[in-house]
Design a protein around this ligand. Structure first.
Ligand code: CP
Length: 331
């Protein structure tokens, strides 16, 4: 059977999303009902880039579901050393593991990995999308607002990156209006191909995306104000001063939050640099829900793993010895 993957936020549909959020809330409220739900299952976590939240939340999820997670930095792999194709890596690890998460810089590498894998592959962040973050964000919004659809979200700052693209794709998924406020220079704007993709999806499914260059225009009427690091993991030290100069007018500070509706929430996927993309007063203030977001990576990813690995929870415990396709003796 062809495994299901989660490579971008566009792989989700509204019904799957609703099921995942329901399951994640159930897992959060009643973790003890799922103690052995992934008994004897193994998750391989491949990392080419650094991580705190993604690495720890996936590993903790597997521990709490009585499975096992292997952390594997590509630096230590034959693929990372240029000695093996990513297809051979995928075919090999599919014989050991039940699912793979991969944080790779190049989304094309993730697609090749998934095409060759015999088990589900989850995007743990590439240059194209960060769907696990979007899932956790929508779970957090649902907890605060009671729903995760028909939202008005302002994304402020550097908009040529994976989290922005995931949120743009979430517009059609959740029938929401996503307004991006970013500098006009090409280096900070969403790519035209992504805007074309998401506007096509919105035309079919609902939702809308806008790109503006005035952060106050973006936050007016927004229920959620979102920003992300100006210095993503691949930004070179020499680029930092130029980026700070271009992005400083887009800092989320107390003055910008005052231009938003009084109940607007502040979100950031972390890691954050206080005084750059967000002021300390905002991220540490009463409208910030960033650590709920961080916690919800755990619950949302547990729901995702159960969905992809086909476990219903407490009673669906695989007997010792497994039964994973591809590992049966040939007779
Ligand atoms: N938000 C996020 O993905 O955090 P890490 O880079 O620490 O995993």
């Amino acid at each position: 059977m062809t495994p299901r993957h989660l490579l971008t936020t566009a792989d989700l549909d509204p019904s799957t999303l609703a099921g995942l959020l329901d399951r994640a809330l159930e897992l959060k409220r009643h973790p003890n009902r799922y103690l052995r739900a992934l008994y004897e299952r193994t998750l391989l976590m491949i990392f080419e880039a650094p991580s705190l939240r993604t690495r720890l939340s996936f590993e903790t999820a597997m521990t709490q579901l009585h499975g096992h997670a292997i952390n594997y930095y590509t630096l230590h792999s034959p693929w990372g050393a240029g000695k093996e194709s990513i297809e051979d890596l995928a075919r090999t690890v599919s014989r050991y593991c039940d699912a793979v998460t991969a944080r790779l810089y190049d989304h094309g590498d993730l697609v090749r990995l998934a095409r060759a894998a015999g088990v589900p592959v989850v995007n743990a962040m590439t240059d194209e999308d960060h769907p696990c973050q979007i899932l956790a964000d929508l779970l957090t919004i649902r907890e605060y607002l009671g729903h995760a659809h028909d939202l008005r979200v302002a994304y402020v700052g550097d908009a040529r990156n994976n989290v922005t693209y995931g949120w743009l794709r979430a517009a059609a998924l959740t029938r929401s209006e996503i307004t991006v406020a970013c500098p006009a220079a090409e280096a900070y704007r969403p790519e035209a191909r992504v805007l074309d993709e998401v506007r096509g999806a919105c035309a079919r499914n609902g939702g809308a995306v806008r790109v503006v260059h005035d952060p106050r225009e973006a936050v007016a009427g927004a229920g959620v104000i979102y920003t992300d690091s100006w210095m993503s993991y691949r930004v070179a030290k020499e680029e930092e001063a130029e980026r700070v100069a271009a992005l400083t007018p887009f800092r989320v500070d107390e003055a910008l939050m005052a231009a938003a509706p009084p109940g607007a929430l502040f979100m950031h996927c972390l890691p954050a640099w206080r005084g750059h993309e967000v002021s300390a007063g905002v991220i540490d203030g009463p409208r910030s829900i960033v650590f709920d977001q961080a916690e919800n990576r755990l619950h949302a990813q547990k729901a995702l793993l159960l969905d992809l690995l086909g476990s219903a929870g407490g009673d669906d415990v695989r007997p010792p010895g497994g039964g994973r396709p591809g590992c049966q003796p040939r007779t």
